[in-house]
Design a protein around this ligand. Sequence first.
Ligand code: NAP
Length: 256
Amino acid sequence: MRFRGKTVIVTGSSSGIGEEIARRFAEEGANVTLNSRSRERLERVAANLEDDRTLIVEGDAGERESCDRIVAETVNRFGALDILINNAGAAVAGPLEDASDEDIDKVISLNVRGVLYLCRAAIPHLKKSGGSIVNISSVSGSGGDWTMPIYNASKGAVTNLTRSLALGLGKDGVRVNAVLPSLTRTELSADLMEQEELVDKFKARIALGRVAEPDDIAGPVLFLASDEAKFVTGVNLPVDGGVSASNGQPNLQRAE
Ligand SMILES: NC(=O)c1ccc[n+]([C@@H]2O[C@H](COP(=O)([O-])OP(=O)(O)OC[C@H]3O[C@@H](n4cnc5c(N)ncnc54)[C@H](OP(=O)(O)O)[C@@H]3O)[C@@H](O)[C@H]2O)c1
């Protein structure tokens, strides 16, 4: 019960990594604000959580109005904000020269602008509570992928924002960290997961030899948000089964 009495916002918590993070915070005693664009999907998640410690704030986490509302309604309901988890994210694959304006807007507005808006709205409250932010970046935010330039740009921004905010907010006792997952089995990766040959190539680069499940990511997120990590800030923690240990080299042994 590391989070009893603490209030947490988890954006994009109607499925995948965000749903698992929200569930785990609730299990450990937190008040949890769930957010996504779909009330119906959030109600399904909330059905398994305690009513008096759960708030649903529907809305697009890429739009300023919703971001401000997510924070305001949370503080209004629970009286404070201790932890912000910027998890909602979108991805588009393919060469930049083929991308539409809509592709660029979709990814940059949610993955970058929304994270800035949410942090901006949350910071005054986190200064009061001595709270923390955990951003869900990606291994795609520390190196390039062969086919995801817009996503790479967006997650690179999140990774570096994490460092910058940590430097700026340390004096106020606010910590800012990020986790960088590699391929994780969720709706976002569902199409990719169906491409068996491609997934096998990914797996050949992962020391632990498998893709991640949402609970592989949630554990490190809760650790970074907890008092156990009270002297940890500005860290971009790869949660990638060892992908980043290999310097991008394929695992020749496993390929044999
Ligand atoms: N899966 C991977 O392989 C992987 C790897 C590295 C990093 N990540 C990162 O992990 C995070 C979570 O992704 P996931 O894999 O768990 O994906 P997911 O299962 O598709 O979940 C995405 C969540 O974000 C919500 N969402 C999407 N657009 C939104 C918007 N505009 N406003 C508010 N909520 C929105 C979705 O709910 P609604 O559709 O109900 O709005 C859903 O709850 C993302 O930041 C992603 O970039 C994922």
